[in-house]
Design a protein. Sequence first.
Length: 172
Amino acid sequence: MRRQTATCGIAPAGSSRSLRLDPLSLPVRFDAHDPRADGYTRQIELHRERVVLRRAVRGMQMAINVRVSDFTGVALRGNDEAQTLVLVHRDPSLSVPLLVSNDGDELVEALAIWSELFALPQLDEGARKPAPRRRRANAIRARRPKFLMRRRVAMAREVMVHHGEREIIARN
C-alpha cells in the first residue's frame, strides 16, 4: 500500500460508507459526501496543522483552508448501526469525517488517537448545547455617533434684515 499524499496520484481513501483514515499517515487526501457541492462530493486534504476543503458549487471552484486549531474537537456521531468519527467545526459544512465504523472499541480508540494528534478535546455530541444566539444589528447604532451626542447643537443666530432702506454702494 502506498502513502496517500497530495504529490502522488492517489485513489480516495474510501467512500462515505467505509471511510477509514490512518492518523499516522498524514497528510492524506480523500473524497467525502457534500450535499451542497456539484456531484455531491468534496475533496479533503488533511494535514497535522491544517485542513483544505475543495469543492465546486454551481460550477464555481473553491478551496477553503482551515487551521486545525479552529475546529472545536473530535466527536462521535450517528446511530447504533454505523457511527462516524468527525472533526467538528462551528460551521457544520466544514466538519470533516475521519472514520465510519460500527465497532465501538475501534471508534473509542480512534477518538483518543485523533484528539491527541490534533490536541483537540473529545466532544460528547449528545450533551452538546446549541451555540448562543448572535447579537443582531442594533437600531440605535445607526444614529448619531456617541461623541457627537455629547456636543450641543449650535443655536442659530438671528440675522438682521433691513427692509425699506436704500443701499449705499461705494464706488472707487
